[in-house]
Design a protein around this ligand. Structure first.
Ligand code: C5P
Length: 400
C-alpha cells in the first residue's frame, strides 16, 4: 500500500530520534518517497547525513537553505504529502502542533498539510502523563490527527513507564493499514443519523436529550475516511464532520429526520442509526409562548414520534446493512437484543450509562457490538473515534 506514496517524516529532538533512521529505511523499502523534515533540536540527536542518505533526498530543517538562500516551501510540502508522520514527537512539538506555534519548518509543514497526520510521542513518563501533554494530545486527536501511542518500558532516563516511541515496524504497519482501509468503502453510500432531535413545545421551549452527536460524527468521519460517500442527517449539535465526503443534512425534529432518512435510504448500502431520537413530541405545538398561568400548570399532551429505525427495517432491501444503537440504563443486553429484533437490524451497538466514560457528551465510549448472527464483541473504554473504527470494521466484514 505504501508504494509511490509521498510521506513527510517530521523528526523532533528526543533520544528516540535514532529510531527514525530505521523508520526511513522501512518506508523507502516499502516503496514510499520520504521527505525528512527535522526540527533544529533533532539535529543534535541524529545527523541529517544519515537521513538524507537513507531517504535519497536532502533533509529540510530551515525555512531557507543557508548557502543558496532558497526558500523551502512548507505549503508545497504540505500539499505534496499523502501522509505526514511525526516520530518521535516531543512534548514541545506536540504542544506547538496543538496550539499552532509555527516557529519551525516542521510545525509550519504540519499546519499546511492536507493529508492525514500520525504522531508517535516519545518522552519521559512524567512528561507523558503531565496534564498539559495529555490535554495537547487530546487536542491533536480532536483535530483528526492519529496518535500512535507510545509503549511502556525502560526509558532513556532509566525510569520505567509509558513513553517509548512505538517501534518503526509498528509505525509502518499503522500507516500501511491506514492506506489499506481508505479504499474499503469506496463506491459505497452510507446514511447515518446523529445527535438529538428537538421537539418544540412552543417557540421557546422544547423536549430533547443530552446527545452531543460525537459518536455519529465519528462514524461519519470513519466511513468517509474509508472511501464511502456519507450522508449524515443530524439534529442540532455543536460539532462538524472533519472529513471531506460527508454530506450533512441538518434537521430539528424526529419528523424532519424521518423524512430525510426516507428520502436517502434507498441509495444507501449501509444505514447507521445513531441519533438519540426523542420518543415523544407534543400533540400540538403552541404558536405563541405558553404563559405562566396563575393557578394551574399546563398539561402537555404527548404523542409518539416515528420510529425511524423501524421504518428502515421495514423498507430494507436485500444486501442493505442496517446498524442501530441502544443506550440503556438497566437490563442492557435484553433490551439491546430486543431492539435488534424489532427494528430488523443486522447489528446493534450497546452502550450503558452505568459504564464510566460511556454515553452522552463524553469523548469516550464503551460499547458491546451484537451481530444478528450471534457474534458478540465487547470493547474497552476508548475514544469515540476509536470506537467508530471498531464499529466500521465490523460493517466492512459484513459487506464482504
Ligand atoms: O430509542 P431507542 O432506544 O429505541 O433507540 C434504538 C435505536 O433506534 C437507535 O439506533 C436509534 O437511533 C433508533 N431510533 C430511531 N427512531 C426513533 C427512536 C430510535 O431511529 N424514534
Amino acid at each position: 500500500m505504501l508504494a509511490g506514496k509521498h510521506i513527510v517524516l517530521g523528526i523532533t529532538g528526543g533520544i528516540a530520534a535514532y529510531k527514525a533512521a530505521t523508520l526511513v529505511r522501512l518506508l523507502v523499502k516499502a516503496g514510499a518517497e520520504v521527505q525528512v523534515v527535522m526540527t533544529p533540536n533533532a539535529r543534535q540527536f541524529i545527523t541529517p547525513v544519515t537521513l538524507s542518505t537513507l531517504s535519497g533526498k536532502p533533509v529540510i530543517s530551515e525555512f531557507f537553505t543557508a548557502n543558496t538562500g532558497q526558500w523551502n516551501s512548507h505549503v508545497d510540502l504540505g500539499l505534496w504529502a499523502d501522509a505526514m508522520i511525526v516520530a518521535p514527537a516531543t512534548a514541545s512539538t506536540i504542544a506547538k502542533m496543538a496550539t499552532g506555534v509555527a516557529d519551525n519548518m516542521l510545525v509550519t509543514t504540519y499546519l499546511s498539510a492536507k493529508a492525514p497526520v500520525f504522531v508517535a510521542p516519545a518522552m519521559d513518563l512524567d512528561m507523558m502523563r503531565h496534564p498539559s501533554t495529555v490535554r495537547n494530545l487530546e487536542l491533536l486527536r480532536s483535530y483528526g490527527n492519529h496518535i500512535i501511542e507510545p509503549a511502556a518500558g525502560e526509558l532513556a532516563s532509566h525510569l520505567v513507564g509509558k513513553g517509548r516511541m512505538e517501534e518503526p515496524e509498528n509505525i509502518v504497519r499503522v500507516i500501511n493499514d491506514f492506506f489499506e482501509q481508505s479504499a474499503q468503502l469506496a463506491g459505497k453510500r452510507v446514511l447515518i443519523t446523529a445527535g438529538p432531535t428537538v421537539e418544540k413545545i412552543d417557540p421557546v421551549r422544547f423536549i430533547s436529550n443530552f446527545s452531543s452527536g460525537k459518536m455519529g460524527f465519528a462514524l461519519a468521519d470513519e466511513c468517509a475516511r474509508r472511501g464511502a460517500q456519507v450522508t449524515l442527517v443530524t439534529g442540532p449539535v455543536a460539532i462538524n464532520a472533519r472529513q471531506p465526503g460527508v454530506e450533512r443534512i441538518d434537521v430539528v425534529s424526529a419528523d424532519d429526520m424521518c423524512k430525510a432518512v426516507a428520502r436517502h435510504m434507498a441509495d444507501a448500502q449501509v444505514v447507521i442509526l445513531c441519533a438519540a431520537v426523542a420518543d415523544y413530541k407534543v400533540a400540538v405545538m403552541s404558536e405563541k409562548k405558553i404563559k405562566r398561568e396563575k393557578d394551574e400548570a399546563p398539561v402537555l399532551q404527548l404523542v409518539k414520534n416515528p420510529d425511524i429505525a423501524r421504518m428502515v427495517g421495514e423498507q430494507k432491501r436485500p444486501g442493505q446493512v442496517t446498524v442501530g444503537f441502544a443506550l440503556e440504563t438497566d437490563n442492557e443486553e435484553v433490551n439491546a437484543l430486543g431492539k435488534m429484533e424489532r427494528k430488523k437490524l443486522d447489528m446493534i451497538v450497546l452502550n450503558s450509562l452505568r459504564d464510566k466514560g460511556a454515553g452522552f457528551q463524553t469523548h469516550t465510549n464503551r460499547v458491546t457490538i451484537y451481530h444478528r448472527n450471534g457474534d458478540v464483541i465487547a470493547g474497552e473504554c476508548k475514544a469515540k473515534t476509536e470506537v467508530a473504527a471498531d464499529i466500521v470494521e465490523e460493517i466492512v466484514k459484513m459487506l464482504k
